[in-house]
Design a protein. Structure first.
Length: 623
């Protein structure tokens, strides 16, 4: 019987992400309704329309998050490297563009919803005998919204809002004792972050209401006025009036800029928080793994594990671990699926997970011993010679006397050759060189005498090349200790994470999930592997865990601090992310040794390997 065609994993993941997107959008729609009531006039008729219009402003944030979604944290050696690496990218321009669009759309909805008493129309009518003139109050308010868009874009990029923080996997015992509650988890996560959200929203809005008028008057006012006047003149008969000397900083306008900015930032921050909370839920649909809906669940899961996109691979490894820890039927199906053309399900899962684990050692080795063989081979270069400008070299005996020159060209060559030989074969140096050498020695003598009379011994040492270099290093160290020098520090934690977790984004979740998956399958195989496929691979797993753990611990303990890490201390060697990986490796070792310890020698492991594995796992006291 042929195996049914497996669905692509992304075909199962994408609809699930759309459902989560819809769930987050429903809560944002409620928030938009509340804001529509707050910004509107007392009449409740257009509230529904305002709600939908405000939802477009929030929807632009969702579109941005979907376009730039990634899982792992950025891994760079220093903040300055992060800045130079990610500033001049399409994502930066895209972030600014979407927040600018969101701010502009919100401003138009807000102006349209404001009562006439707010005086936010494009033109001021004035008295009956006065001509219409451009109103600067809405210009200032729109400028505040655009300044908030720039500030929000900078915050978005600096704190990497595009990253989805997935929950780190617990041990099997802890995980099996807790049942997932997707909606409650997402809501509780947002509720727990409300104090921080309120603080950020309030701080950003208050700072803009304080510094916004200053920035507007110094850098934006003239440009915004001319730009608005150009478009307003297309619709109204306006005179080309000049700006007034006094900006429209009435207390009512400042308060309105504060409240409206507060509503806009609230919309942005809540949209980001809800999107992150809903996307970071477990890979389940109706309490079942995503691939359960496929005709070939194992084939679809393998397709996700082999995927090239980071999001697809991360969710696939997360689902695989969920199956190994909580789904007995799917776990047994992994052991019994042995008839695949590309190998049994267990062999493919082991190869993929073990590849993630061993990639850590490979990166450490590549960092410690950078390969020189990666240089491209030199290609043979053909040089085209220029046409000859002199007579060819003589082929006869050069020690015989040449015949006397007969032609005019030979006479000229003979004359110049004699002059060149007279200078080149002279045993005495040229007089001009000797003259300059004597004056140089005399100059150095006078400079040395002046230095001895005018400078002290300490000043002479400072003025020496070694003294200047030491002084330069001292000033550089002082600069690195200041807040301005922080972006240039290559801290120990950043360097270790770059090597252990990979680049450009951290692979912390796939690494931990792969480690727990292999140990969970190995332990479960004692009762569920009817074909004995796992037992023969157990020595390979234990050796891989031991070598990777030893490699990580040796690398962390021996890596010297970078010279820019001026605040390094030995306590900085305890890197949280690396400790989590080492902890998962040791936990997996303990589980496998506890389950197969008495069968280890029969499986092909020596007593020395068993003792080393127990020592690395921290089980030496249990002998």
């Amino acid at each position: 019987m042929s195996t049914p065609r497996a669905s692509l994993y992304k075909q199962l993941l994408t609809p699930a992400l759309h459902r989560r997107f819809t769930g987050a959008a429903a809560f944002i729609l409620i928030l938009c309704y509340v804001e529509a009531v707050l910004i509107g006039d007392k009449s409740s008729c257009p509230t529904g329309i305002r709600t939908l219009l405000l939802f477009i402003s929030a929807l632009s944030v969702f579109v941005l998050r979907v376009a730039q979604l990634h899982i792992g944290a950025r891994t760079t050696a220093s903040p300055a490297e992060t800045f130079t690496k990610y500033l001049f990218r399409l994502n930066t321009a895209q972030t600014l563009a979407w927040y600018f669009f969101s701010a502009w759309w919100f401003s138009e909805v807000y102006m349209w919803s404001a009562p006439p008493s707010a005086n936010l129309s494009w033109v001021s009518e004035g008295k009956a005998w006065e001509r219409k003139k451009l109103n600067e109050r809405p210009i200032y308010l729109r400028s505040v919204f655009f300044m908030l868009a720039v500030l929000q874009s900078g915050t978005h990029l600096y704190f990497d809002y595009d990253k989805i923080t997935l929950p780190l996997t617990k041990t099997k015992t802890e995980s099996s004792s807790e049942q997932p509650q997707k909606k409650e988890d997402a809501i509780m996560q947002v509720r727990a972050s409300l104090p921080l959200l309120a603080r950020n929203i309030g701080l950003r809005s208050v700072c803009m209401s304080i510094f916004g008028p200053i920035v507007y008057a110094l850098f934006i006012r003239n440009t915004a006025w001319n730009f608005s006047l150009y478009f307003a003149a297309l619709l109204w008969d306006l005179p080309a009036s000049q700006l007034s000397y006094i900006p429209p900083y009435h207390i009512s306008l400042i308060i309105r800029s504060l409240t409206s900015g507060l509503l806009l930032v609230t919309l942005w921050e809540c949209a980001n928080a809800l999107f992150g909370a809903y996307v970071a839920q477990e890979p389940l649909k109706k309490e079942q793994p995503f691939t359960s809906a496929s005709k070939d669940p194992n084939g679809s899961l393998l397709n996700g594990l082999k995927g090239k996109r980071e999001v697809t691979r991360t969710f696939a490894f997360w689902e695989l671990l969920y199956i190994c820890q909580r789904s007995d039927a799917r776990r047994k199906a992994i052991f019994s699926d042995i008839d695949r053309s590309s190998g049994s399900m267990w062999n493919q899962v082991m190869t993929l997970c073990l590849g993630n684990v061993l990639s850590i050692s490979n990166r450490i080795t590549a960092f410690q011993n950078p390969s020189t063989s990666a240089a491209p081979p030199q290609q043979k270069i053909t040089i085209e010679t220029l046409p000859p400008i002199s007579a060819p070299l003589k082929q006869e005996n050069i020690f015989t006397d040449p015949p006397p020159p007969s032609t005019r060209r030979e006479k000229i060559e003979s004359s110049f050759g004699s002059i060149a030989k007279s200078y080149g074969q002279s045993p005495q140096p040229a007089k001009p060189l000797k003259f300059l050498e004597n004056h140089r020695a005399g100059g150095q003598k006078y400079i040395g005498a002046a230095r001895q009379k005018l400078l002290t011994q300490g000043q002479q040492e400072t003025m020496s090349s070694s003294g200047l270099l030491a002084q330069y290093k001292e000033y550089l160290m002082r600069f690195l200790r200041t807040p301005a020098g922080y972006p240039f520090r290559q801290t120990f934690r950043r360097r270790v994470c770059t090597v252990v977790l990979g680049t450009p984004y951290s692979e912390l979740n796939p690494l931990i999930n792969s480690t727990y998956t292999l140990s969970a399958l190995a332990v479960a195989s004692l009762k569920e592997d009817n074909y004995g496929k796992v037992a023969k691979d157990l020595p390979l797993l234990i050796r891989a865990y031991v070598s990777t753990t030893s490699s990580i611990e040796g690398f962390v303990s021996s890596l010297p601090a970078h010279w820019t890490d001026v605040e390094f201390s030995e306590s900085d060697r305890n890197v949280e992310e690396v400790d989590l990986i080492v902890g998962s490796l040791k936990t997996g070792l303990k589980d496998m040794i506890s389950a197969f310890g008495k069968y280890a020698t029969e499986l092909g492991m020596s007593e020395g390997e068993i003792r080393t594995a127990r020592k690395v796992a921290g089980m030496e006291d249990s002998d």
